[in-house]
Design a protein around this ligand. Structure first.
Ligand SMILES: Cc1ncc(COP(=O)(O)O)c(C=O)c1O
Length: 473
């Protein structure tokens, strides 16, 4: 690394630490000389700020680490060759397509080192996960930010329009962090196919396991088609191995060679390699993780709806919601009740909360109720509300019994478990009293929706109530 590059890294580090003062980052008071001031929080209950896996590591990985621990006195496979072979097989590729490293964090740095230097431009979305922009700047490249669209989705058209002859790299995080939204697969395909030559697209798919929508597709396909795409993956999320620090890139043999060329030897520990190899085969743990994530998001969504808070439908293991007030204040109130969350990204009312255990989710929503001082209205009108849904589960249609009051407008809506509104059944003033509404399991366009759990939400004035209904086709 040249002196020039070292200086740039230091300068950027100072600027980025200074820039943190406007966001709530747990542990920020302890910033010393390291970027971002991240602090190790020993109390794991309520640690909802790092998008970790609340279920723990894959049990197979745990056993593999225990078995390899007695050999911790021996250096590991220097270049993670066996692990890279296993990852390649997992994706139907060859080891020449894989570079394993110390978390996606190391891989992102290696990519920046391989493709960006002084005078180059990188384009990325705003907001998004910061690290590629950090590494680009540290390498002397300039970063062009393109704001997300009105639906909080990365604006590929805007990114295309921002391309210049200096553009060397486009960095996409899909699904995006912190917004939890995905790029539509046809938009991605059109975008990649229309790129001018000489540009590399890096797609960070740290959260791909959690995606529910069929509109999403991994970009590994483009690697197999020989397109200029590098995919970044991590074992930190669905595999539950954030503490073991393993990530990897998927790319053409040529790109992989460039990425690996500046990597030190022995970067992935013996225990990390063993854990990752075992975790790849632990499909049950990933499935359990996804199930817990859905249940946790249901609790969050129900809580947000009951509190009348807007949120962004999530395809990940975290959610962004609008507190309707100063998010930093709410975050510090949450912290004093034992729940660590994140704010920032130029969104002063929004909080990002990771999914946790069901106990953590219920506690978090109770704390939010406590802080925002709502939720008491329901108790003052006990007979009013969402009384009954039957049959439940249902197949062709269900009846939703509600009791309304006064003259305020009534809203009765159905949401899926990622928080997307599927249908509005009532949006008008109803005479006070009991009403029975029918839902035929169809969305707003009259299409039959898939089997699954749906959330029925009733709103009238300050009153809010939710209940779940299961549709079985
Ligand atoms: C989008 C994204 N990429 C990469 C990382 C870092 O991954 P790793 O733990 O593998 O370094 C994170 C961490 O939260 C992330 O959100």
């Amino acid at each position: 690394m040249s002196m020039n590059k070292n200086l740039t890294r230091r300068q950027f580090l100072q600027a980025s630490v200074a820039g943190l003062s406007f966001m709530y980052l747990p542990g920020i008071g302890r910033v010393k000389a390291r970027p971002f001031g991240l602090m190790h929080l020993d109390d794991y209950f309520g640690r909802l700020c790092y998008n970790e896996n609340p279920l723990g590591p894959s049990p197979l990985a745990l056993t593999a680490m225990q078995e390899s621990a007695p050999e911790a006195n021996r250096y590991p496979d220097w270049y993670s060759s066996t692990l890279e072979g296993d990852i390649a097989t997992h994706h139907g590729l060859t080891p020449n397509n894989i570079c394993a490293g110390t978390g996606a964090t190391e891989i992102i740095r290696l990519i920046a080192d391989a493709f960006l230097s002084v005078g180059d431009e990188m384009i990325t979305a705003e907001p998004t996960y910061f690290q590629m922009a950090y590494e680009a700047t540290a390498n002397g490249a300039s970063v062009v930010y393109v704001p997300v669209d009105d639906n909080y989705v990365i604006d590929l058209q805007g990114i295309s329009q921002a391309i210049t002859t200096n553009t060397k790299l486009i960095s996409l995080v899909n699904p995006n962090n912190p917004l939890a939204t995905c790029i539509h697969k046809t938009d991605m395909e059109d975008f990649i196919n229309s790129l001018p030559s000489g540009i590399v697209v890096v797609v960070d798919e740290a959260y791909h396991h959690y995606v529910q929508t069929s509109h999403y597709e991994s970009c590994i396909r483009f690697v197999t088609e020989g397109l200029p795409v590098i995919v970044v993956r991590t074992f930190s999320k669905a595999y539950g191995l954030a503490g073991a620090r393993i990530g990897y890139s998927v790319a053409s043999a040529g790109y992989t060679g460039q990425i690996a060329s500046s990597q030190n030897f022995g970067m992935v520990s013996r225990l990390g390699q063993a854990a990752a190899q075992a975790a790849l085969n632990d499909t049950q743990h990933v499935a359990d993780t996804i199930t817990l994530n859905h249940q946790a998001k249901e609790i969050l969504i129900t809580g947000f709806i009951d509190l009348g808070l807007e949120y962004i439908p999530s395809e990940t293991n975290f959610m962004m919601f609008d507190t309707g007030t100063n998010a930093n204040w709410v975050a510090s109130e949450l912290a004093s009740r034992g729940y660590q969350v994140r704010t920032g990204w130029g969104m002063p009312q929004h909080i990002r909360v990771s999914t946790g255990t069901l106990e953590e989710m219920n506690g978090f929503i109770a704390a939010l109720n406590d802080i925002l001082g709502v939720g008491v209205v329901a108790e003052t009108r006990p007979s009013v509300g969402l009384n009954h849904i039957y049959p439940n589960p249902f197949n062709s249609q269900c009846t939703i019994k509600i009791t309304t009051f006064g003259n305020e407008k009534v809203f009765l809506s159905i949401y899926d478990t990622s928080g997307r509104k599927v249908r509005t059944l009532v949006n008008k003033t109803l005479t006070p009293g009991v009403h029975r509404l029918t839902w035929d399991g169809r969305d707003v366009h009259g299409r039959r929706v898939a089997s699954g759990i749906y959330i029925v939400n009733l709103l009238q004035g300050e009153f809010a109530a939710s209940n779940r209904v299961t549709l079985i086709r």
